[in-house]
Each structure stands twice: as C-alpha cells, then as structure tokens.
Design a protein around this ligand. Structure first.
Ligand SMILES: C[S@@+](CC[C@H](N)C(=O)[O-])C[C@H]1O[C@@H](n2cnc3c(N)ncnc32)[C@H](O)[C@@H]1O
Length: 252
C-alpha cells in the first residue's frame, strides 16, 4: 500500500478536507468516498469509534493509518483535538444538480442568498442535513465547499446536495423568502417541495431573489428586535416545516 502521506499529497488538490473524527464519521455515514484517513493515535481513534460509531468500526479499522503528530500537523491548518483527518472526494456538480431537480421533492431546498459568513453557511448545512433537506444552494460569491464551511458543516456536506447557483437557476418549486417584513410564518404550511430562501447577514434578501419569491414570510419577534441570525432563522423555518408542514408536493 502507498504511504498515506504520499496518497494525501496526490489527492489534496481536488479533495475535501475532513477535519476531526466527527467530520469523518458523518461523511462515511452519508456515503462519501474517502481515499485516505490518518490519525495520530490509531488505538484511541478506534476506541472512540467503538464508543460513538459502532456502525463504522470495521470501516475505520480498514481505513485509518497512524502518522506521527508532526506529519499530521503539516496536513491540517489547525490540529483537531481528535488527531484525525481525512480527504473525501467532492460530489460532482451534476450529481448535486440532479438531486436538487428531482421530483416529486420530499423535503425543501434551502437557499442562502449572497451569504457572507462561512461559519453561518456551515451551520446551515449541518441543519439541512439534520432535517433531511434536499439541499443547500448559495447565490453570490461565497464558496459553500470552502474548507471553513466544510469544518462548520461537520462532514455533513455529504448528507445533502450543496451547490452554488444563480438566482435564475434555482430549483423549481414555490419560493418562500424569509424576511422580517413578511407575513407571520405561523399562518403558513410549508410544502415538501418548498424552496426556502434567506437573505445575507448584512443586507437581507437581494432584489433578484425578492423578484423571484412567491411568498415573503416572517419569523415572530417581539417589537424592537430587528432580526435574527441567519443560521438560527434557517433552524426555526426548517423546524416549522418539519412540525407543521409536509403537504404533498405540487404535481410536476
Ligand atoms: C441577519 S438577517 C439580515 C438582516 C438585514 N439587516 C435585513 O435587512 O434583513 C439574515 C436573514 O435572516 C432571515 N431573518 C432574520 N430574522 C428574520 C425574521 N424575524 N423573519 C424572517 N426572516 C428573518 C432573513 O432571511 C434575513 O435576510
């Protein structure tokens, strides 16, 4: 077998860095192809796997190679407390576009319209994975596969379709845009084929997104509070869909 560090350097250019045990665990659970995974302490990592991810114990046993801590430190920008890192193959754009376009849709697509904060984007991908959303689409310049976003997503980019698209390329389906000036969300049932759009941290929804929206919805806030954080807004909206929505998708 090739030295894991050589394999790492061969694949690092176009692969996704999985930083830490939990990111690797999540990525494997959701079908990521992982060509190389390293740990600074194989025995401790396999013990952690037995404790937290018995379903992956054999896979991790076969995959993980121990490397010295000094070598590990050259592979990751910031050493992770678990001493684990891996590379995963990024899903093809075409695969994600097919997942986003598939009908009938059984869970909403989340759109972040020109987001700025990489940590927010990662948190939203983690939320979307947790709620089983069809995907997370970003518009604008932020790369939703940026390493900081992947770190924030805890390996869950592989559990939902993550892509960057133009507003004119958004998946079909009724578009519900979230805005503090909209109608109270509590009066609306969100269907499974909904496209749920959220504005940027600084300036809210863009003019292009507003023009494409079918409905503007507001999350309840007491007077004098101007807005919620982006990721918490997505959390409340997905919860609203999961608890009170789920109407049959429109005929395609
Ligand atoms: C931090 S807020 C943006 C605040 C921005 N100054 C504005 O004018 O909307 C980011 C996004 O979270 C969502 N959001 C925040 N609070 C909301 C609320 N009370 N109702 C609906 N959406 C909200 C919206 O999509 C908003 O564009």
């Amino acid at each position: 077998m090739t030295d894991p560090l050589i394999r790492w350097r061969e694949r690092a250019g176009d692969a996704v860095l999985l930083d830490g045990f939990h990111a690797l665990k999540h990525a494997l659970r959701f079908g990521a192809e992982v060509p190389v995974a390293v740990t600074t302490d194989r025995k401790a990592t396999l013990a952690l796997a037995d404790e937290l991810a018995g379903d992956l114990a054999d896979t991790l046993d076969a995959l993980l190679t121990e490397v010295p801590a000094t070598a590990y430190a050259t592979l990751v920008p910031r050493p992770h407390p678990t001493g684990v890192a891996a590379l995963a193959v990024r899903p093809a754009r075409e695969t994600n576009l097919r997942a986003l376009a598939r009908t009938p849709r059984t869970a909403p697509v989340v759109v972040l319209d020109e987001p700025r904060n990489l940590g927010n984007a990662g948190a939203v991908i983690r939320l979307a994975a947790g709620f089983g959303a069809t995907g997370v689409v970003t518009t604008g310049t932020l790369d939703p596969w940026h390493p900081t976003v992947v770190r924030g997503g805890a390996g869950l980019h592989f559990a939902t379709a993550v892509e960057r698209l133009g507003v004119d390329e958004l998946p079909a389906g009724p578009l519900f845009a979230l805005d503090p000036e909209g109608e109270d969300i509590r009066g609306t049932v969100l269907p499974d084929d909904a496209v749920l759009a959220f504005g940027s941290e600084r300036s809210g929804l863009s003019a292009a997104l507003r023009a494409r929206a079918d409905h503007l919805l507001a999350l309840p806030m007491r007077p004098q509070v101007s807005s919620y954080n982006l990721a918490t807004s997505v959390a409340m909206t997905l919860y609203h869909w999961s608890a009170f929505g789920g109407a049959a998708p429109a005929e395609s």
